[in-house]
Design a protein around this ligand. Structure first.
Ligand SMILES: [Zn+2]
Length: 227
């Protein structure tokens, strides 16, 4: 059974004199939790996870920003590994799309199917990059996985199955390397700890001390990772 990646991240925890827990979604979609002084963190997390559907619904409303739409015109910029490169149309190029000298060169003949050509290009790069990062991190932290899949999920950056198959969406290859590393490490950590317990986050932090800015980048910019 595949386990989905549905961590609810508490952006801000405020200890108050109140006796019950209160959840608030800030204007930017951040989750603010007000909790009694002595409520243990694991209880807070349990309450938060229990209200995951409510939280997600309200966060999605705040984050329902339209993805930048591509028209595949010369000069339009496309993301790869966190950097933007302009599109140039060239005559009869082979392959139909290549990233050369800081620009995406698309064969004019491929223009009618530009989206498919870009998708195929990103998928191929995604497989290379994610495999390389997953193999390297797995070796460093001493875990092993069976398989690596490239998906086309829109908002689920990664997941892992009980058969130790890691999945990552090709869209993630548009993100900066730190964001990719965070998602890879997050899924590798699930090979050891299911769910998003305190132990899980401690493991992630141990393997990648700077995971928080990377996760925040994805939360903030994830909507841009589209074609
Ligand atoms: Zn997770």
């Amino acid at each position: 059974m595949p386990t989905s990646d549905d961590a609810i991240h508490i952006d801000r925890l405020i200890r108050t004199k109140r006796r019950t827990l209160a959840l608030q979604i800030g204007a930017d979609g951040r989750l603010i939790v007000r909790a009694p002084q002595r409520m243990p963190l694991r209880d807070i997390e349990r309450h938060v996870q229990a209200r995951a559907d409510w939280i997600r619904k309200h966060q999605e409303r705040f984050r329902a920003r339209p993805a930048p739409e591509h028209h595949y015109r010369p000069g339009e910029r496309f993301l790869y590994l966190g950097a933007e490169y302009p599109l140039a149309l060239v005559e009869n190029a082979r392959p139909a799309l290549a990233l050369v000298d800081g620009e995406f060169r698309l064969s004019r003949a491929a223009l009618p199917r530009a989206r498919q050509v870009f998708t195929a290009w990103y998928r191929a790069r995604a497989r290379e990059v994610f495999t390389q990062r997953a193999v390297e991190h797995a070796r460093q932290v001493g875990v092993s996985f069976e398989n690596l899949r490239v998906s086309s999920a829109r908002t689920r950056w990664g997941s892992c199955s009980n058969q130790r198959t890691l999945s990552f969406t090709w869209r993630l290859v548009m993100a900066p390397p730190e964001a990719i590393d965070y998602v890879v490490i997050h899924e590798l950590a699930h090979l050891q700890v299911r769910g998003h317990s305190r132990d899980f986050w401690a493991l992630v932090a141990g393997w990648m001390p700077a995971w928080q800015p990377a996760a925040a980048w994805l939360k903030e910019n994830g909507y841009k990772l589209s074609l």
